[in-house]
Write a protein that binds this ligand. Structure first.
Ligand SMILES: C[S@@+](CC[C@H](N)C(=O)[O-])C[C@H]1O[C@@H](n2cnc3c(N)ncnc32)[C@H](O)[C@@H]1O
Length: 285
């Protein structure tokens, strides 16, 4: 429900307080194992639950999970205490993340939100089918969680609704709200970014999908002005779209100073030239 489910929020708080005391994986015999007994790195598609009103894992979901896999060693080193997905849909991504990081045991907790109640139920079923756990909350972005989770989340993953559409499609109750991103596909993204900045810990990372049409360079600029460095972890071109998986993290050398510097054309060009992904852009490159 919009505004955050207070029982679920309390459960999250309870689990957070357990983080330092309960760090083994006892009682989860199937955790991270395929039906054949092989150790898994991601959720298995045949175990991902579905519902006609819930977004099925697609090229963008796979791109996000592939990018997380490519960063798995860094994620294990980070040892995130709390990982969160915004807009979890079928649960494929948050389940894959929990499987990828299973060796961290219950020292790492997982939380997912979706505005669609059917997605919440589908994600719960997918998690359960893989023997992993996350608290799943029906809410608009992170509404109702901001104060409790302020500065506590170490990893946020988002495959947002990014398709450019008429504004009113965003408000549709059906499956269209899974992809409807409004003008330039940015209307939900531009609400997600400030909310994520409130939640991320100082060492926190954001992984987010963006489409060429969303102007990912502009997204990186905006985040840079708020003190976040960024890079493209993965670029994937399908027949329909060019997808980027962007990674953001706080960087002392960016932020207010960089934002002032970026106002002068000379310093802007030198700042831009330092972006590791710059050559990947079709435009502005
Ligand atoms: C592109 S789908 C991604 C689903 C899943 N994460 C995946 O990668 O397969 C976007 C998801 O965001 C959810 N969503 C859309 N607007 C939202 C909002 N304002 N707050 C929370 N979730 C939202 C949709 O219901 C949908 O499940």
């Amino acid at each position: 429900m919009a505004g955050g489910d207070s029982a679920a929020v309390s459960a999250v708080e309870g689990r957070l307080s357990e983080l330092s005391t309960n760090s083994d994986e006892k009682g989860l015999p199937r955790r991270g194992k395929s039906l054949s007994g092989r150790t898994l790195n991601t959720a298995q598609i045949q175990l991902v639950a579905s519902h006609p009103e819930v977004y099925e894992p697609c090229d963008d979901s796979f791109a996000l999970v592939d990018a997380l896999l490519s960063d798995k060693a860094q994620l294990l080193t980070l040892k995130p205490r709390l990982c969160m997905e915004i807009g979890c849909g079928s649960g494929y991504v948050i389940t894959s993340l929990a499987i990828m990081l299973r060796q961290l045991g219950s020292g790492t907790q997982y939380l997912a939100t979706d505005i669609n109640q059917h997605a919440v139920e589908t994600t719960q079923a997918t998690l359960e089918a893989h023997g992993v756990h996350a608290d799943v909350i029906a809410t608009d972005i992170v509404s109702g969680l901001e104060k409790r989770l302020h500065g506590l989340v170490d990893v946020v993953v988002v495959n947002p609704p990014y398709v450019p559409t008429p504004e009113e499609e965003i408000e549709s109750n059906g499956i269209a709200s899974s992809w409807a991103g409004g003008i330039n596909g940015r209307q939900v993204i531009d609400r997600i970014l400030p909310a994520v900045r409130e939640l991320l810990s100082e060492r926190g990372w954001l992984y987010m999908i963006a489409l060429e049409d969303n102007d990912p360079l502009d997204i990186c600029h905006l985040m840079n002005e708020k003190g976040y460095a960024s890079r493209v972890l993965l670029k994937r071109c399908t027949e329909e779209e060019s997808l980027y998986v962007l990674k953001f993290w706080q960087d002392a050398s960016t932020g207010t100073n960089a934002s002032h510097a970026a106002r002068s054309p000379r310093s802007e060009s030198s700042w831009l030239s330092q972006l590791p992904f710059r050559s990947l852009w079709h435009k502005n490159a």
